[in-house]
Design a protein around this ligand. Structure first.
Ligand SMILES: C[S@@+](CC[C@H](N)C(=O)[O-])C[C@H]1O[C@@H](n2cnc3c(N)ncnc32)[C@H](O)[C@@H]1O
Length: 342
């Protein structure tokens, strides 16, 4: 990537190549990493992003979770499988929405675009502004200032229906939403406000529209650390028998969000998951496992990305007998699963 030029044609051409590579199946991991790094450099250049700038590390703490600062939002780009899988999922979802809503100018609501609108920007090389319009909701003013630079660099203005500095967890939509996209999450749905935003916005999607991620599923489970390491280091990896997962304790999807919208006050169910003494002794490390179905077959499996890295449960458990893990999700300024052992 060159560093001096600000020519929109240059940005557009680079974006087109990067998008093409993302939409191809992965040839080698090294190629995918290189392409993602090229994307990150291009975005930084377009936004005139400087990591050291004042305010770029200031998170915003909301009553429903943390809105991460521009610097950390920018770093998300480099999570290779995350960025690829989300972009591929969004492209497939827009094509599905074109079939679902023929001859309509599609409205895509994107929550938390951060400084770069990373997950929708590639769409401008595939669709025209008469086919798709974006509304961008972002709470961080520093991110919005950078986002405007990005939009200018790629001459993306014709695609932008609206940019609002607002809290998406309470926002009321002003026009139809054919596709709702949000990535304001960490693994095990901790810390960031993905759940609160989904519960607010998903029920406002136009009938027949799409929520992305389509489903985020959390399961308690166990990991055998040494066996996992052996698997990673092996030249010819054996079976993936280094972990065990139990039944889900949360599936965040459109159906769940619509159900929650019918009750006055959402209280998440308390789940009790039994692990046998034999399982605990064999695997040792309890964890919460996150699987993210972005759209169709575009899925982030365990360990694929930072968002689907198993979250280790460090409270000691009784290992002399079977043990029961009690979990309950809570929306608060530090959302996540509260848990204890019985
Ligand atoms: C994990 S970053 C994602 C950045 C970018 N979408 C990407 O995928 O690379 C999450 C972004 O969501 C924004 N955000 C978090 N909570 C929000 C809320 N309640 N309303 C609006 N924006 C929010 C943060 O400020 C941050 O820019």
């Amino acid at each position: 990537v060159h560093t001096e030029t600000k020519d929109p044609a240059f940005f557009w051409k680079r974006l087109e190549c990067i998008t093409e590579a993302i939409l191809q199946p992965i040839s080698t991991i090294a190629d995918a990493v290189r392409n993602t790094e090229d994307y990150y450099e291009l975005l930084k250049q377009a936004a005139s992003f400087e990591a050291q700038q004042k305010g770029h590390r200031d998170d915003i703490l909301l009553s429903t979770g943390k809105a991460i600062a521009p610097l950390w939002a920018a770093y998300c780009v480099r999570d290779v499988h995350r960025t690829r899988t989300f972009i591929r999922g969004v492209v497939h979802a827009v094509r599905a929405a074109q079939k679902q809503f023929p001859n309509q100018n599609l409205q895509l609501l994107y929550v938390g675009p951060g400084p770069f609108a990373t997950l929708v920007l590639p769409l401008i090389t595939l669709f025209g502004p008469e086919e798709i319009q974006f509304t961008l909701l972002e709470i961080n003013p520093e991110s919005i200032a950078l986002l405007k630079n990005t939009i200018r660099a790629f001459e993306m203005e014709p695609y932008i229906a609206d940019i609002e500095q607002t809290d998406a967890a309470t926002y009321q939509v002003k026009q139809p939403v054919h596709v709702l996209l949000l990535e304001t999450m960490q693994t095990a749905l901790r810390q960031e406000p993905q759940v609160a935003i989904t519960l607010n916005l998903a029920p406002q999607i136009t009938e027949g529209g799409f929520l992305l991620p389509e489903a985020i599923t959390i399961r308690p489970g166990l990991i055998n650390g040494p066996k996992h390491l052996e698997y990673i280091m092996a030249h010819e990896p054996g079976p993936r028998d280094y972990y065990y997962t139990a039944e889900p304790i949360m599936q965040l999807d459109l159906e769940f969000a619509r159900f929650c919208a019918t009750v006055d006050h959402v209280i998440f169910p308390l789940h009790r998951t039994i692990f046998s003494k034999t399982q605990l002794q064999a695997f040792k490390q309890p964890a919460l496992f996150t699987e993210i179905k972005v759209f169709g077959t575009e899925t982030l499996a365990y360990w694929d990305s930072q968002l689907s890295e198993p979250y280790l449960l460090m409270q000691p458990y009784p290992d002399e007998a079977d043990a029961i893990l009690c979990t309950q999700y809570e929306i608060s300024s530090t959302p996540g699963f509260r848990y204890h052992w019985e």
